[in-house]
Write a protein that binds this ligand. Structure first.
Ligand code: ZN
Length: 705
């Protein structure tokens, strides 16, 4: 028995110095996108602790686990393994054909509870005889790794300090290969992994970081020094140059819903329902970053794009290759749309053929044949994913791939890994297992909602609920600053964007929908919530009172729905329109002529639009709230005081007053209205249109009949 308790142990709160150094290094490296792509690469440290069971010293490996990003790595993101056991796996390793069996074996090497799940790169870190190891995906390093004569260029760039390791799928064998390289090249500080990235090491964390950065910067300088002037070839004709910004954005906004509709198609050519596909469609991202526009303006872009991406991290997100429009930016929109439809059909056929070429009996089923990246010369890049973050990151990875192609073409020719190898990774059982472990998508994942009057009250509650259920939300409001605050509260640009819109203004509505298309790819759930209210007796109601309320609620709902239907028909994914009407659309109360009449107008629009838009799969429903006092923008603006006066109660007691006259004796809150919107759109009422849902705690006089 040891005489004193072992320390530091895994359960001890004190952080091991090697872990502290590793986390500091990982965050520093991950913070600079030149060093590695988002969530790409991993880093590790080795160190000694006292085994809490025996008190004897034991060597551990701390390595970034599966998932997560280096730039924000925490101790919880580290897998912790016993080095002696991990290295002992070499004695039972059955050979490269069965190397995948080593991944479940990692679980038998964990120290304590083991921390995060060990990634496929764990073997590389553990088998390498160095205290600190970085594996990174820098664009400059991958450019050398994907150059046709990468081995020679690596030697010219780094001398004998860096060794070339030919392409091999990440795994146990690659770890053995790299460990052997270090063994036989004691002068080496790192390796270039063909087709993939770099790995560097050091005896201390500082030395390892220095070696990683030296490799990355040296490769960058080499590509500049040795590279030719126009790696992507000469500029194509004027039609391929970037359109002026306003025109470019307008064209992108027009194309986004067309593309989103195409890539969100739900059936594969083989007729199987595609998995991992949210009900609404895919979320979209658009960028007109200069490197993308330059790539698309030059002669070599069709050849290079067809070669596809190379780093496994890249093509798992970007698909093996993008769809590229082969028309100039100056082509008419109708011609472009028609051509995109043809190219999309061809893409799906080619993807299915790629699957058929390489699939074996035990391959997972095809995951969907649609492109993740669509390139439009003169306009920019559209990317798609199950949610906005996935779509954005796919676009960022293709930008990484453009940088890789430019570097490789500058000094050699771009030669990504073989298509068969890409398939082995894309449909790898380990990749499939990762997908299976992913949580079920939320009910509104992939859906894009636009809510008017969403900066406060009921609209804000609806925006919050739809966002919580997975939708991307466009927070539309006349008050731009408050709308921006709500969008920020919902989580920022991957979750929500704000648009300033007065729903009485046709042009502003058009602009708001265009902004939605640019931000998320389109719209498929629109909530007409914007409203105001003035409670006055007939003789005191001015024509201006009448017009204002009708302009905002009746005319506003009509204009917003018209633009929504236009966009939804372009997308061809169906959609939902919800009108927030009122109990007053049915119930005739005193002193309420203008408000209640405009609510009745809105309510009948629900039925009229449901009848007209059904054939496009667009469902139109309404919610009839009543007595929402707390948190309601309308009540705060004076309506509450007016209604309180009408009923002869104190304004603070109005909620209670309304509650007492209901059948359920309950006060109605904005969240209850939001819940009705979700019930109508969340996927359970797929066969319901033209319906009004009362959210009034029970008012018999407002029963629908
Ligand atoms: Zn890698």
């Amino acid at each position: 028995m040891p005489s004193s308790p072992p320390s530091p142990s895994a359960s001890s709160p004190a952080q091991h110095p090697a872990v502290a150094a590793l986390l500091r290094r990982a965050r520093a490296l991950g913070a600079d996108p030149r060093n590695t792509n988002y969530a790409g690469g991993n880093a590790s440290a080795k160190g000694e602790v006292a085994d809490p069971v025996t008190g004897q010293p034991v060597e551990l490996l701390w390595v970034k686990g599966s998932g997560g990003d280096l730039g924000t790595l925490t101790e919880q993101g580290l897998a912790v393994l016993r080095l002696d056991r991990l290295r002992a796996l070499t004695s039972t390793y059955p050979g490269v054909e069965r190397e995948d069996e080593m991944v479940p074996a990692f679980d038998y090497c964990l120290h304590g509870k083991g921390g995060a799940a060990p990634s496929i790169d764990t073997a590389m870190h553990g088998l390498l005889d160095a205290a600190h190891v970085d594996h990174l995906h820098p664009d400059s390093g991958i450019a050398l790794a994907c150059a046709a004569d990468g081995e020679r260029l690596t030697r010219e760039c780094f001398g004998d300090a860096v060794v070339w390791v030919p392409w091999r799928r990440p795994g146990f064998q690659l770890g053995l290969d790299i460990a052997a390289v270090k063994e036989t090249n004691p002068q080496a500080v790192g390796v270039v992994l063909g087709g993939h990235g770099i790995t560097a090491w050091g005896a201390t964390s500082e030395e390892c970081e220095r070696n990683s950065l030296w490799m990355i910067r040296t490769a960058e300088e080499f590509l500049v020094r040795r590279g030719k002037a126009e790696p992507f070839g000469p500029l194509l004709g004027d039609g391929y140059r970037p359109l002026p910004e306003a025109e470019r954005r307008a064209r992108a906004a027009a194309l986004a819903p067309v593309l989103r509709g195409l890539v969100s198609s739900v059936t594969s050519p083989t007729g199987d329902a595609e998995r991992h596909r949210p009900p609404g469609g895919l979320a979209g991202h658009f960028t007109d970053a200069e490197p993308v526009l330059d790539f698309l303006a030059r002669a070599e872009h069709p050849r290079l794009a067809a070669l596809g991406t190379s780093c496994p991290d890249h093509f798992l997100r970007t698909k093996v290759r993008p769809l590229v429009l082969d028309l100039p930016a100056t082509a008419p929109l109708e011609e472009v749309t028609a051509r995109l439809r043809e190219l999309h059909a061809a893409y799906r056929e080619e993807y299915a053929a790629y699957y058929a070429r390489y699939a074996t009996a035990d391959s997972p089923p095809m995951r969907g044949a649609d492109p993740a990246i669509v390139l439009v010369p003169g306009v920019g890049m559209f990317s798609f994913g199950k949610d906005k973050q996935t779509a954005r990151v796919a676009g960022e990875f293709y930008l990484n791939a453009v940088n890789v192609m430019r570097g490789a073409e500058a000094v050699s020719s771009y030669a990504p890994i073989e298509e068969s190898e890409k398939f082995r990774i894309e449909y790898w059982e380990l990749e499939e297992a990762k997908l299976r472990r992913m949580p079920r998508p939320k009910p509104l994942a992939g859906r894009i909602a636009l809510v008017t009057g969403a900066a406060s009250g009921i609209g804000r509650a609806i925006a919050r609920r739809l966002s919580a259920e997975g939708a991307c939300v466009v927070v539309a409001d006349r008050n731009g600053a408050d709308a921006a605050a709500v969008a920020e509260e919902l989580g920022g640009p991957d979750q929500a964007v704000a648009v300033t819109v007065d729903v009485t203004d046709e042009e502003q509505i058009e602009t708001a929908f265009a902004a939605a298309s640019l931000a998320f790819g389109g719209v498929d759930l629109v909530v007409n919530n914007a409203g105001i209210s003035l409670s006055k007796p007939l003789l005191e109601t001015t024509a201006a009172d009448w017009d204002l309320q009708h302009d905002i609620m009746a005319r506003g709902s009509f204009l917003v729905s018209r633009e929504a239907a236009r966009l939804m028909r372009t997308q061809a994914l169906g959609g939902d329109i919800v009108h927030i009407a009122s109990k007053n659309a049915v119930f005739a109360g005193p002193n309420n002529i203008a408000y209640a009449a405009t609510k009745a107008d809105q309510a009948h629009q629900v039925r009229l639009l449901a009848a007209e838009l059904g054939e496009y799969g667009i469902r139109v429903n309404g919610v009839n709230p009543d007595g929402v006092v707390r948190g309601s923008g309308i009540f705060a603006s004076g309506w509450g005081a007016q209604r309180a006066a009408v009923y002869g109660v104190e304004e603070e007691k109005l909620g209670e007053f309304y509650a007492q006259r209901t059948l359920l004796k309950r006060e109605v809150l904005p969240e209850h209205v939001a819940a009705a919107v979700f019930a109508l759109t969340g996927g359970d009422l797929t066969h319901t249109t033209g319906l009004h849902v009362p959210v009034d705690a029970g008012v018999a006089a407002a029963f629908l009949r």
